[in-house]
Design a protein around this ligand. Structure first.
Ligand SMILES: Nc1ncnc2c1ncn2[C@@H]1O[C@H](COP(=O)(O)OP(=O)(O)O)[C@@H](O)[C@H]1O
Ligand SMILES: [Mg+2]
Length: 275
């Protein structure tokens, strides 16, 4: 994924975004009616960014992520990866979901991580096992390579899912509330591990959460979405916050400001500011 950093530079001297989401509106059609899930949402994700979609439940975060993954087609607007329109799912975008049952239970941990590499004909069996072993080590699960998913804790299953996704070396890793179903302590540890992994591998991350604290800790930039239908409220810079800042007075006041921005009754105009 290192080569990814030598990317095209546009005229402004800014790197061209890796992912461009432009005025995307997405509708669900039920037999009775049409539900607008997101309304004219725009954002760009740069190479090696940790970009967060933050908003209350039902604001369309999962819908947006599924559209980026290529599972849903927007009613209006455009989604481009590397300047090419997203038309369907592809190995350049891999999703890690919240649910712990995303691993086939009849495969060992190692087979789970190696399987997509073989199935997509990226690698032969032996190379796939080597790469899987490498990424299992990165998430601290070398000792569990031969274990079956049902013998693992929720946090360990999510580590396997992350290793499996990273082993595919996608252009962008998509995560939909991956830690939301974990207990608070495990969740914190997973956030810490994800950041350590990012420090090492520098993958590009698009991460969905409804937790303000998680958004500020995990993200480098955060897009705030209004309640249903999701519209952009603001975009914040969260570079200043990390695991170390949780609990500090500055962090707590940033959390309160984000909360007010998310829930203030009048829709705020698109603002770009530091949290
Ligand atoms: N398959 C579906 N059919 C109809 N409506 C849906 C469907 N999936 C989601 N929705 C609606 O779209 C909105 C956004 O959902 P979702 O993207 O899951 O929100 P979030 O992930 O932010 O909680 C919600 O109002 C939800 O009820
Ligand atoms: Mg969701």
């Amino acid at each position: 994924m290192r080569e990814a950093n030598a990317r095209a530079v546009d005229n402004g001297g800014n790197p061209a975004p890796l992912l461009r989401v432009d005025k995307v509106s997405i509708d669900y059609k039920t037999p009775q009616r049409r539900v607008r899930a997101t309304h004219e949402v725009s954002f760009d994700v740069l190479d090696a960014e940790r970009y967060i979609l933050l908003g209350p439940s039902g604001c369309g975060k999962s819908t947006l992520l599924k559209a980026v993954a290529g599972f849903i087609k927007p009613a209006l607007g455009a989604i481009e990866l590397d300047g090419k329109a997203v038309r369907g799912p592809g190995p350049d975008r891999i999703v890690v979901f919240q649910e712990f049952d995303q691993l086939p239970p009849w495969k060992t941990v190692l087979e789970n991580v190696a399987f997509p590499l073989v199935a997509s004909r990226r690698l032969g069996r032996r190379e796939a096992r080597e790469r899987a072993t490498h990424y299992l080590e990165k998430v601290g699960l070398s000792a569990f390579a031969q274990a079956y998913p049902h013998t693992l804790s929720g946090g360990m299953k999510q580590r396997v899912a992350i290793a499996r996704a990273l082993a595919m070396q996608p252009r962008i890793l998509l995560m939909d509330e991956p830690f939301a179903a974990l207990d608070a302590l495990t969740r914190r540890r997973m956030q810490e591990e994800l950041l350590a992994l990012w420090d090492e591998v520098k993958f590009t991350l698009l991460f969905v959460t409804h937790s303000i604290e998680e958004a500020l800790v995990v993200g480098s930039r955060v897009l705030l979405l209004s309640p249903h239908p999701g519209r952009v409220r603001a975009e914040l810079n969260a570079h200043a916050y990390g695991m170390h800042s949780q609990g500090s007075a500055a962090f707590q006041s940033a959390v309160r400001r984000v909360h007010d921005l998310l829930f203030e009754p009048a829709a705020a105009p698109l603002a770009r500011r530091a949290a």
